[in-house]
Design a protein around this ligand. Structure first.
Ligand code: PLP
Length: 356
């Protein structure tokens, strides 16, 4: 049976990206060696990492003021690298979910943290809009897409201090004006490629302003100075990212995928709003994520939750169970998710409704 992969991360990778990557694992571009067994200093691998960074630059129109690097330790290591490198006295954070809270916890190890607003009061079902960013903060940190709770900040916020965004689950999904950010970072495993790499886009002039010594591997300047090759990177993952970025470019880039993403999210939310069994967990439409669509059963049908999950699984739907802190369901519909799979899920929801 065809599987429709709605996992939140690691998540769906296009078939052609898997095929090219699998070929390279056996024999990279016909050189008779696997991408797993070439030196990261070889010309073959240098070409891979350089092209991967260039494609990110091109797809996101990264200005010359910013560097593109690949770090280790996922998005989560960046939670401590950001304050290590940039928090001198005080940082401002917007608390919109579990990932924001984790970033805040790390920042507190390095200095004062002002949480300018939080949507915790309503289990993170909205994006706070009424807040002031302190002008004396070293930076302002946001999570653009809240993977677990299904909310998203889809505009580039005005900030008087460098804006730093964890964009792990919506990077490359919609156009973003990179020049307005001090830094954007993301774990690769949602929209960039396989797990094992994190992407960081950093405005060069926001670094070098803290007094503390920074260990080499946690200092963003090491990654910039050594073009992400200070030590051995996750070579196979990076090769997967390269193939995924080429796939996205061939498709027409970020503008083109954004149109598709809006269409996919649009039809799914429409069905959730229409179907008597389901309701969105996010009341305000402008806060709804176009990457992670969270929904629950209406009170009247609450006891049918397990039955729906079982029914969906029998139709090939994978990974639609909601995160434990929200319950219900979550359909992650990242860039690589074809609209056919979203339509298959909608069809399953309609069919299940008809059985009741
Ligand atoms: C998945 C995710 C993370 C964690 O990423 P890791 O690479 O596993 O550390 C952080 N932030 C957001 C918004 C995420 O979706």
């Amino acid at each position: 049976m065809k599987k429709h992969n709605f996992y939140a991360g690691p998540s769906i990778i296009p078939d052609e990206v898997k095929e090219v990557t699998a070929k390279g694992i056996l024999d990279l571009n016909g050189i008779g060696l696997s991408v797993m067994e070439v030196s990261h200093r070889s010309k073959e691998f240098s070409a891979i990492i350089e092209e991967t960074a260039l494609l990110i630059r091109e797809l996101m129109a990264v200005p010359a003021s910013h560097s593109v690097v690949f770090t280790h330790g996922g998005a989560s290591l960046n939670f401590c690298m950001v304050p290590y490198n940039m928090l001198q006295k005080k940082a401002a954070y917007l608390d919109t979910g579990s990932w924001s809270s984790k970033a805040i916890k790390e920042a507190r190890l390095f200095g004062e943290v002002e949480v300018v607003a939080s949507s915790k009061d309503k289990n993170y079902t909205y994006i706070p809009r009424d807040f002031t960013i302190p002008a004396d903060a070293d930076y302002f940190h946001i999570t653009t897409n809240n993977t677990i709770f299904g909310t998203e900040i889809r505009e580039d916020i005005d900030s008087p201090v460098p804006l730093i965004a964890d964009a792990s689950s919506d990077i490359l999904s919609r156009p973003v004006d990179v020049s307005r950010y001090g830094m954007i970072y993301a774990g690769a495993q949602k929209n960039v490629g396989p797990a094992g790499v994190a992407v960081a886009i950093i405005k060069n002039d926001i670094l070098g302003k803290v007094d503390r010594p920074i260990p080499t591997m946690l200092d963003y300047r090491t990654y910039i100075d050594k073009a992400s090759l200070f030590n051995t990177p996750a070579c196979v993952s990076l090769y997967g990212c390269l193939n995924m970025l080429k796939w996205l470019k061939n498709l027409g880039g970020v503008e083109a995928i954004y149109k598709k993403n809006l269409e996919k999210a649009g039809i799914l939310y429409e069905e959730i709003d229409r179907n008597k069994l389901f309701k969105s967990t996010i009341p305000d439409e402008k806060d709804r994520s176009i990457m992670n669509v969270t929904f629950v059963m209406t009170d009247e049908y609450k006891e049918k939750e397990a039955a729906f999950l079982e029914y969906a699984a029998s139709k090939g739907m994978v990974g639609v169970k909601g995160h434990r802190s929200v319950g219900g369901f979550r359909a992650s519909i990242y860039n690589a998710m074809p609209i056919e799979s979203v339509k298959a899920l909608i069809h399953t929801m309609k069919e299940f409704e008809a059985t009741l």
